[in-house]
Ligand binder design. Structure first.
Ligand code: NAD
Length: 345
């Protein structure tokens, strides 16, 4: 196996297989100092085992920082099932995954992710109780997307407030990339607050609906980075801030829900150098995690709301720390997360 550059601080990495069910999976526990490691179960047709392990390592570390900065008593973990979810996902495979999760005796808690769904979590639950993100009919908190969007809008307002000294979004030019489960709710809220929207998506019907409902203007998916805008809100894919886009963006603020927006950490520094305020994705999009975490004690909407509201305060703390330490906001967030981890008794 090739060198694993991300493998330097993980507590435990488990390879799981159950041949009769077609299961080949990896569970990575990055850090459990604050509590059990939580993180979605991704199913993806990885090119090889190394790609699967690298993904699990990278994503589980991000979950540690996300939980720490959201003020949750949870650690970071992630599981990846190797296989094409459209062809290889069966009830037997999901139950086998549940058995693999169960063998960790609660040190890892799983939930839905790319390639898995709320319904898949019900199947996993047949073999383990260490699963959240269940449907409301099963006593879970249901689809977290609307809550994620709510937290994202709180974060956008905090970032705009820091960059422009006003949280008034009236007539602000805001570009929303991706009008899916989260992006649609975000765009809806921004439009209601009077923002002038530019939208892009690869699904034409979503664009057409946004033009009618939000009076949005449209950017081709590859051209959105070149639009004049005040705020860029990525709600589609990760890795979109890279060598080819980082110098094209004209926004003063980047604040959106997509995971891992910067292809590499150096891109966060490049944004900083260009005077663009970047809201670290794992802080601004933590509301979904907050919602599913509340399932562990019985879903409590008031607790969720109060925690989600604190996303704005956490971001302001990160922005100020980045200025004080003269580092990127991503670096400041990581330092603050590590501080919480190391000061935890
Ligand atoms: P989704 O799949 O429902 O929506 C993604 C949207 O992006 C789709 O409409 C898709 O057509 C569009 N899209 C794909 N490629 C595009 C491109 N090149 N340009 C423009 N649009 C494109 O996903 P979601 O649940 O809305 O999540 C959006 C992002 O937020 C993801 O990165 C996800 O990891 C992250 N996130 C989601 C949640 C949640 O609660 N759903 C929580 C935390 C983070």
């Amino acid at each position: 196996m090739a060198a694993l550059p991300d493998f330097d601080d993980h507590e435990q990495v488990v390879f799981c297989s159950e041949e009769s069910a077609g299961l080949r999976a990896v569970i990575a526990l990055h850090d459990t100092r604050l509590g059990p490691a939580i993180g979605g179960c991704r199913m993806w047709a990885y090119a090889d085992e190394t790609a699967a392990v690298v993904d699990a390592l990278r994503l589980s570390r991000a979950m540690t920082y996300k939980a720490a900065m959201a003020g949750l008593d949870l650690g970071g973990g992630k599981s990846v099932i190797m296989g094409n979810p459209r062809r290889a996902k069966t009830p037997e495979l999901l139950q086998a995954m549940g058995r693999a999760v169960n063998r960790l005796c609660g040190r890892y808690i799983t939930s839905e992710d790319v390639g898995t769904s709320v319904a898949d979590m019900s199947e996993i639950r047949k073999a383990t109780r260490y699963v959240v993100g269940l449907s409301e009919t099963e006593g879970g908190s249901g689809d977290p997307s609307a809550t994620t969007a709510e937290g994202t809008v709180i974060g956008i307002r905090a970032a705009v407030g820091h960059a422009f000294a006003t949280t008034d979004l009236r007539d602000a030019r805001i570009a929303v990339q991706g009008l899916g489960d989260v992006g649609w709710h975000v765009a809806d809220s921004l439009a209601r607050q009077g923002a002038e929207l530019i939208v892009s998506d690869t699904i034409p019907e979503r664009i057409e609906r946004a033009v009618v409902e939000f009076r949005a203007s449209v950017a081709e998916p590859g051209r959105i980075y070149d639009e004049p805008m005040d705020v860029f809100v990525p709600c589609a894919l990760g890795g979109i801030i890279d060598d080819s886009t980082v110098n094209r963006l004209k926004a003063r603020v980047i604040a959106g829900a997509a995971n891992n927006q910067c292809a590499r950490d150096c891109h966060a520094q490049a944004l900083q150098d260009r005077g663009i305020l970047f809201a670290p994705d794992y802080i601004i999009n933590a509301a979904g995690l907050i919602r599913v975490d509340s399932e562990r004690r019985g879903f409590d909407p008031e607790w969720v709301e109060q925690k989600v509201r604190s996303i704005g305060k956490t971001l302001k703390q990160v922005f100020l720390a980045a200025e004080q330490w003269n580092v990127s906001t991503l670096e400041a967030a990581q330092r603050l997360a590590l501080k919480r981890l190391t000061s935890h008794k």
